[in-house]
Write a protein that binds this ligand. Structure first.
Ligand code: SF4
Ligand code: SF4
Length: 137
């Protein structure tokens, strides 16, 4: 069965976009998104939107991992430790899904601070704050 975005807007919310026609911060909904419906400028959407590499739509993650249902998506190459990008309001759902279908270790980005991440391993998720390292010479 082919997969369809069908009401999902996760890639219009989480990614950073810096294009001449569209500037968007991470973890903010795009101004062009009709939430739950789709892109209001679909025919003219910028390149990052056209080329967004959603692992679920490509069939590389389980069918049960539809991003708007589970609160996260994966993108790019599948690594041994998979990085997921999540909606912070759905972390409970993220953990439940990984408990059910997860097969390894996952790093979860859930906001625009790359030093605040979550890790899922061995059946549970924990939030981690990575200390800022100041380098001076
Ligand atoms: S995150 Fe994936 S499923 Fe959701 S709208 Fe984007 S491409 Fe479609
Ligand atoms: S321009 Fe359209 S496809 Fe691109 S992020 Fe905005 S709503 Fe989504």
């Amino acid at each position: 069965m082919s997969r369809s975005c069908d009401g999902c807007n996760m890639c219009c919310y989480i990614p950073y976009i810096d294009e001449p026609t569209l500037k968007k911060e991470e973890w903010t909904m795009c101004q062009n998104c009709d939430v739950g419906v789709g892109c209001k400028i679909y025919e003219d959407r910028p390149k990052p939107c056209r080329t967004f590499d959603c692992s679920w739509i490509k069939g590389e993650t389980p069918v049960e991992w539809k991003p708007d249902k589970v609160g996260f998506f994966a993108t790019g190459h599948m690594e041994k430790v998979m990085t997921l990008f999540a909606d912070p309001k759905m972390l409970y759902q993220v953990e439940r899904t990984l408990r059910e279908y997860g097969t390894g270790r996952y790093v979860i980005r859930y906001n625009d601070n790359p030093n605040q991440i979550a890790e899922f391993f061995d059946g549970s998720m924990r939030l981690i704050e990575i200390p800022q390292v100041e380098l001076s010479i």
